[in-house]
Structures are given as structure tokens and as C-alpha cells.
Design a protein. Structure first.
Length: 116
């Protein structure tokens, strides 16, 4: 994936391997790619250094995220369960949900959603 940022899931998940509940992390490629850790409700950083991905102030952006392994034992879920969708509005992370489409990797890591 190269450089990325991380978003912590707001709810704890049970690991099917170690049976422990913890808050897992989702990697994503958008904004200043500097391994920043984010929470829901935080504003994305657009530094003037390093790799930048995306468009600051783009309005509504949908980003694909990929689940990391269990923070406690390192276990990785199957491909079908590792994809998440992150919604960003005016550079603020609004939500993250499991991608239930089963379509795998997107053609692009993110997409601007036009106003209707």
C-alpha cells in the first residue's frame, strides 16, 4: 500500500483467533500520508511536506480502508472482511463502516462524491 494513515474503529471487535475484544485500525490513503492516527470526528491534516493524496476541501469524499490485523495477536481477517468505507465531509472524518459489497479493492483509493 505504500505510505498511509490509520483510523481507529469506534467500536471494539472480537478477534476470531484470540477471542479478545479491542479497537482495530483501518489503513487508508488520503490527505498527508505520514502515518497519522485518526479518530472519528477529527480533521484530516494537509501538511506542506511529504506525500499528499487527494483534494483538500473537496466536500464529500468516500475513501476505501483496509483493516489491519488484530492489535493483540496480529491475526488478519479474510479478504472479504477486511474492506471498510470511510466518509469525509469538509476534511472531517464522519464515519467508517464495513464494506458489505464484496467488490474487493476499488479502482481508486478515494472518490469525491458530487453534490446533487
Amino acid at each position: 500500500m505504500g505510505m498511509f494513515n490509520r483510523l481507529q474503529l469506534p467500536e471494539a471487535m472480537e478477534c476470531p483467533n484470540c477471542s479478545q475484544r479491542s479497537k482495530w485500525w483501518v489503513q487508508f490513503v488520503y490527505s498527508a500520508l505520514n502515518l497519522s492516527n485518526y479518530q472519528i470526528g477529527q480533521r484530516l491534516h494537509w501538511a506542506d511536506w511529504g506525500d499528499l493524496e487527494g483534494e483538500p476541501g473537496a466536500g464529500h469524499v468516500r475513501i476505501q480502508g483496509v483493516l489491519e490485523g488484530c492489535p493483540l495477536c496480529g491475526f488478519h481477517l479474510d479478504d472479504v472482511d477486511k474492506f471498510y468505507t470511510i466518509e469525509v465531509y469538509d476534511d472531517v472524518i464522519a464515519s467508517v463502516v464495513k464494506d458489505a459489497t464484496g467488490n474487493g479493492y476499488w479502482e481508486s483509493d478515494w472518490v469525491v462524491i458530487p453534490n446533487c
